[in-house]
Design a binder for this molecule. Structure first.
Ligand code: PA5
Length: 319
């Protein structure tokens, strides 16, 4: 399948399913995964937080598990598209050792094998995609674990479907503006996960460095870096926001745009469109996915291969 076909399948990947899971059993939920699989947990956490969910959640990237996880009242969700990522397998083994509750998500690999062997609930997603292009499949599984309402997921899917041509066009226009510059993405707490996805998609698809920073924290450090005219002239700036951002954050978004404009920079100011937070977030994420795809083309790169990631994984597999 071509990267374009994989990208186009995103809305179809957002499929609702009902899982019989008693979520009231869990005091904490920890999402484990790396790269294109790791961001799934971040999106789910942002969504839960926006819903006002009181369960403590965290994203864990790396080996082992945080110390607080011990016992079945802690749910560990291990997500690895390939099912073979060593950090995620380490999380799985550690969760078993600590007697935590586990749910795993993969398209196969060792994670599926180990889950089946030990009676862990394994949710399988289709094979044949690059991990980051299977975001919709993995996210739908995680949202099913968290009990999302059918209407909410379907609305988010339809929102992308009905705006598809406009999303692609926007992505292409953004790629045009980012081309030749280091993308710097400024986000709000509600759009931080989208900014992170844009950064990582630009890294992996467009083979380009990109960075992001979030308000209000960036008003206490990052903004000072804008004083350096030599460096800022090498960057293209994106400012992301959501209509439900905290009032003071919105004020800070306006100040950031003003600051940039006063320096002669016209930032790409962008928010997702949609009725719900999830719909807007996925809309914004998908614009970035297309921007990274078109940017790859402008630099003459194939979006799919990530040779250096494959090389590191193969070296590490030697022991
Ligand atoms: O998109 C990619 O290819 C990477 O970011 C992978 O997702 C990452 O290396 C982890 O692999 P996996 O998703 O198979 O666990």
């Amino acid at each position: 399948m071509s990267p374009e076909e994989m990208l186009k399948s995103f809305p179809k990947q957002l499929e609702w399913e009902k899982l019989d899971i008693d979520r009231s059993l869990y005091h904490t939920i920890t999402f484990c995964g790396m790269g294109g699989s790791g961001i799934v947990g971040d999106i789910a956490r942002s969504w839960l937080e926006h819903k006002g969910c009181k369960v403590i959640t965290s994203s864990h990237r790396g080996y082992g598990l945080p110390n607080y996880i011990s016992g079945e009242e802690h749910l560990v969700v291990c997500i690895s598209y390939s099912g073979n990522t060593e950090e995620t397998l380490s999380n799985f083994a550690e969760a078993q050792k600590r007697g935590a509750s586990i749910i795993s998500i993969s398209s196969g690999g060792k994670l599926e094998e180990l889950s089946e062997k030990s009676g862990v609930l394994h949710l399988k997603v289709p094979k044949g995609f690059a991990p980051r292009y299977a975001l919709g499949y993995m996210l739908s599984k995680v949202l099913a674990v968290l009990g999302i309402e059918k209407e909410e997921l379907e609305d988010a899917r339809e929102n992308i479907e009905k705006n598809y041509e406009e999303i692609k066009k926007k992505g292409e226009e953004i790629a045009e503006k980012l081309y030749g510059y280091i993308p710097i993405i400024y986000a709000t707490p509600l759009t931080e996960v989208a900014a992170f996805r844009w950064k990582t998609q630009i890294n992996e698809n467009s083979k380009t460095q990109a960075y992001f920073a979030t308000l209000p924290e960036m008003h206490h450090n990052e903004v000072v870096g804008l004083d350096n005219a030599e460096i800022r002239s090498k960057c293209a700036f994106v400012v992301m926001f959501d209509p439900k951002d905290h009032d003071r954050v919105r004020r800070r978004v306006d100040l950031t745009i003003r600051l940039l404009k006063d320096l002669g920079i016209v930032p790409i100011a962008i928010g997702g469109d949609g009725n719900s937070y999830l719909a807007r977030l996925l809309h914004l994420i998908h614009v970035g996915d297309w921007a990274s795809y078109y940017l790859a083309g402008k630099y003459g790169f194939e979006p799919l291969p990530v040779k250096v990631i494959d090389w590191i994984k193969s070296e590490l597999s030697k022991g």
